[in-house]
Design a protein around this ligand. Sequence first.
Ligand SMILES: NC(=O)c1ccc[n+]([C@@H]2O[C@H](COP(=O)([O-])OP(=O)(O)OC[C@H]3O[C@@H](n4cnc5c(N)ncnc54)[C@H](O)[C@@H]3O)[C@@H](O)[C@H]2O)c1
Length: 260
Amino acid sequence: MQRFKDKVVFITGSGSGLGRQAALRFATEGAIIAGADISAANNSETAALVANAGGRIHIGNSVDLTDEASVTDWISKAADELGGIDVLYANAGATKFNPIEKTTLDEWDWVLKHELDLVFLPVKHAWPHLAKAKGSVVLVGSTAGVSGSMTNTRLAHSATKGGIIAMTKQLAGEGALHGIRVNCVSPGMIRTPATEGDLLADDHPMKNIQRAIPLQRIGTPAEVISCVLFLASDEASYVTGTNLMVDGGWSSVLPGFGVI
Ligand SMILES: NC(=O)c1ccc[n+]([C@@H]2O[C@H](COP(=O)([O-])OP(=O)(O)OC[C@H]3O[C@@H](n4cnc5c(N)ncnc54)[C@H](O)[C@@H]3O)[C@@H](O)[C@H]2O)c1
């Protein structure tokens, strides 16, 4: 399928995990990618993978998405070079997990900056380009944005991901005035470099969480990105303001042990 033939797709956090998978998949469907990441080395690896797969990708130097000057520099240069922006997949994020007793104000502020500022800034500066193209935006929430957890204590992260889901709805309203659709995917537990070294590590209580997931397994980046491509594409032309849970049913079905 070539759902994105010659469309310009901006991806944040393209150096790893879901962002890298998105760069590969959008490129396979004909898109021209502009990828931003704070790690220039990881982003170069993604660029090589996309190029090896026959795709087209533009990467610059390291972009710090929490820094407005860095974001405007990336967006203006890449949009000029590629001729605008049709899709923004605002995927990047970095976080810290702690229960309320251990969350300092500094840590709270840090998480808001690294999970909300870095979504707000690229959306804000890509917005005029998206309006011109009547484009679409996909944000990334989480099960953490819709459910609490006794195993994974992460107050600030829950606040930011809930905030992203709320931003999706508000931006869908404001975007409709300009012909821009805005949707969100909310992954559950997905195997990526971020979770492999942390929540899925051998000594972490979340390691065995798949028993509580109705589909009984950890998800893959490909399963999330299939939903991102759908929401970003014209196939979802009547979908805006939605939050699509990609979590194996985790946030919808109460934990249990099969039929009694
Ligand atoms: N993996 C999961 O299970 C899971 C579950 C729910 C939500 N998510 C969300 O999916 C998104 C991607 O997660 P992932 O697992 O691929 O993570 P990841 O750590 O593998 O990738 C995130 C990328 O964002 C980049 N990044 C972080 N801060 C940046 C900054 N200030 N400027 C530029 N780039 C920056 C990192 O360098 C990294 O390449 C995140 O928003 C995350 O919260 C992931």
